[in-house]
Design a protein around this ligand. Structure first.
Ligand SMILES: Nc1ncnc2c1ncn2[C@@H]1O[C@H](COP(=O)(O)OP(=O)(O)OP(=O)(O)O)[C@@H](O)[C@H]1O
Ligand SMILES: [Mg+2]
Length: 315
């Protein structure tokens, strides 16, 4: 098994009387993308802040790049990069100056810092912004600059807290491409997002955080398969066929106007074959069929407290 880049056991944090993280366990292998999903206030940023040494935890055993953020923050900091939810870009400085400042903070030798800054300006398509104050850059450019600043120290583990919030669809895709390239180089990515499609596209594993607890964890496919709502939709040529099918399968969601029937199921080949065999046995003619698998939106809504009783279904 791959060595974990990030490990946490029983992570807890309160602010005053408010319990923010109520015992979180994480194990993130090197070179993978992990996504922490959750509604506003779930505790995503708090988790990132603890793992990246910015704040302390109240309890829990943590290892980031093999070190404890509480006792060896410098060792952790030299291995990680953090792009916060709110950009760290200094508005009065130009893009180039922002990068050089970051290189200084990272204690890179001058020449090395200049070389890295030039490389990143190129790579992030920021040459145009190199010499003008960051305040005059567009939101997308500032986001790119923010990530470029994170990369200046060549981190092996990168925390991205909602990196694509406020980006247009093209810039968002550009960011996804960049994240994939980083992972191809062996970098580990810890990504928080509210965009379920983003987690679906990128993450090897996803954890859904709700009110300080991880309510589900797995690959996107695993999470989707745990949610009810998958079904096969059968299309009939006339009402008589629909009636006989409804009779054969029992009470189902039916639409007499559209001549369709919804049969619950995960849409796997095995269940489809069984379904078709059954229709054959009953000599029922079907005109068409489509498979509906729940998407991550369904998962998110079912898991994060909006749907009464949804969590019982998953246990
Ligand atoms: N410094 C602080 N002092 C007191 N309470 C805080 C502090 N920081 C965060 N909290 C509280 O902790 C909870 C979790 O906040 P956190 O920022 O981790 O959520 P989040 O999942 O990142 O939300 P969002 O999607 O809005 O970014 C919230 O209720 C927030 O009000
Ligand atoms: Mg946040």
């Amino acid at each position: 098994m791959t060595k974990p880049a990030i490990e946490a056991l029983g992570l807890r944090k309160s602010y005053g009387h408010k319990l923010v993280l109520d015992g979180i366990d994480l194990r993130i292998p090197e070179g993978s993308i992990f996504s922490l999903l959750g509604p506003n206030g779930a505790g995503k940023t708090t988790t990132v802040q603890i793992l990246s040494t910015l704040i302390g935890a109240d309890a829990g055993a943590i290892r980031v790049a093999g070190h404890d953020p509480a006792t060896e923050p410098d060792r952790v900091r030299s291995a990680i990069g953090v792009t916060g939810q709110f950009a760290a870009v200094d508005n009065l400085l130009t893009a180039e100056e922002n990068l050089l400042l970051m290189a200084d903070l990272r204690h890179l030798p001058r020449a090395e810092g200049r070389r890295r800054a030039a490389e990143l300006l190129d790579r992030f398509d920021l040459r145009e912004a190199a010499r003008k104050p960051a305040s005059t850059c567009s939101g997308g450019m500032r986001r790119r600059l923010d990530i470029a600043m994170t990369l200046i120290g060549d981190p092996r583990i990168i925390f991205l807290d909602e990196p694509t919030t406020g980006l247009d669809p093209r810039s968002r895709r550009g960011m996804w491409q960049l994240i994939r390239e980083l992972v191809a180089d062996g970098v580990t990515i810890f990504l928080t997002t509210q965009y379920l499609e983003e987690a679906d596209q990128l993450a090897d594993r996803i954890a859904v955080l709700d009110r300080g607890r991880i309510v589900a964890e797995g690959t996107a496919a695993e999470l989707k398969s745990r949610i009810p709502g998958g079904h096969v939709r059968l299309q009939f040529g006339d009402l008589a066929e629909l009636e006989s099918a409804a009779g054969a399968f029992g009470v189902l969601a039916r639409d007499d106007e559209a001549l369709t029937l919804q049969v619950p199921g995960d849409g796997s080949l095995r269940t489809l074959r069984a379904l078709l065999d059954r229709l054959d046995q009953e000599s029922i003619e079907v005109e068409g069929l489509s498979v509906h698998t729940p998407d991550l939106d369904d998962v998110f809504l079912a898991l994060t407290g909006q749907a009464e009783g949804a969590q019982e279904v998953l246990r």
